[in-house]
Design a binder for this molecule. Structure first.
Ligand SMILES: C[S@@+](CC[C@H](N)C(=O)[O-])C[C@H]1O[C@@H](n2cnc3c(N)ncnc32)[C@H](O)[C@@H]1O
Length: 199
């Protein structure tokens, strides 16, 4: 079988395996949460683009028994990801039925979105698709965040990042871009963070 450039487990992948997380991406969220205090223990959190589920597991471990997570992905979560405080919807976050179901469980204290399009290798196409996901995640946040809530969304750099950041500055008291250490050095992804939703 041909090896892709990510087939050798790196430091973060080994750490994720040893700590029972289904993906290395958990350490990006951990770093952002430590730096920006995205959640509190009793929060209700919406996780968009959640599979295989490491962000969901991280949030569930962080929350207390009152906390709740709603997760959405095109793909199923890893079979190890189960918790009574979790509601998972398998489907497209653009789907009106998914938007309605998610809203019925809200409003949320935090909306986190690590969704990424299947990449084509064409950077213009990939950044445009990522930008569409970011725009939709901002819509979810505007519709479903409680006042004071937090927002995180992944974006592929090189597209409409500044436009999205300007939009976030209108509805959050603080908005900025942040690239966690655990992002692969070759990756052109970064995250946009919104803190203290104005409502
Ligand atoms: C990088 S993975 C997320 C990893 C996840 N945060 C974790 O820690 O396990 C990106 C996910 O976005 C999902 N995705 C992409 N487009 C989507 C869409 N339109 N609706 C729902 N999920 C989507 C993909 O199926 C994929 O599972």
């Amino acid at each position: 079988m041909a090896r892709n450039k990510y087939s050798e487990p790196d430091y973060w992948s080994k750490k994720a395996f040893s700590e029972n997380y289904p993906a290395r991406s958990v350490y990006k969220l951990e770093e952002m949460n430590k730096k920006f205090n995205l959640f509190s223990p009793g929060d209700k959190v919406l996780d968009l683009g959640a599979a295989p589920g490491s962000w969901t597991v991280y949030v569930l471990r962080f929350l207390n028994k009152e906390g709740r997570v709603t997760a959405v992905d095109l793909k199923p979560l890893d079979s190890s990801v189960y918790d009574e405080r979790l509601s998972f919807f398998q489907g497209d976050m653009f789907d009106k039925g998914i938007i309605k179901s998610v809203k019925e469980l809200g409003p949320y204290d935090a909306v986190i979105c690590d969704a990424a399009p299947a990449t084509t290798g064409n950077k213009t196409v990939d950044t445009a698709r990522s930008s569409g996901l970011v725009e939709l995640a901002i819509y979810y946040a505007q519709e479903q965040l409680k006042q004071g809530g937090s927002f995180v969304v992944k974006i592929f750099q090189g597209g409409d990042q500044q436009i999205h950041l300007n939009n976030l500055r209108k509805c959050f008291k603080t908005a900025r871009a942040f690239k966690p250490e655990a992002c692969r050095s070759s990756s052109f992804e970064t995250y946009l963070i919104g803190l203290d939703f104005k409502g």
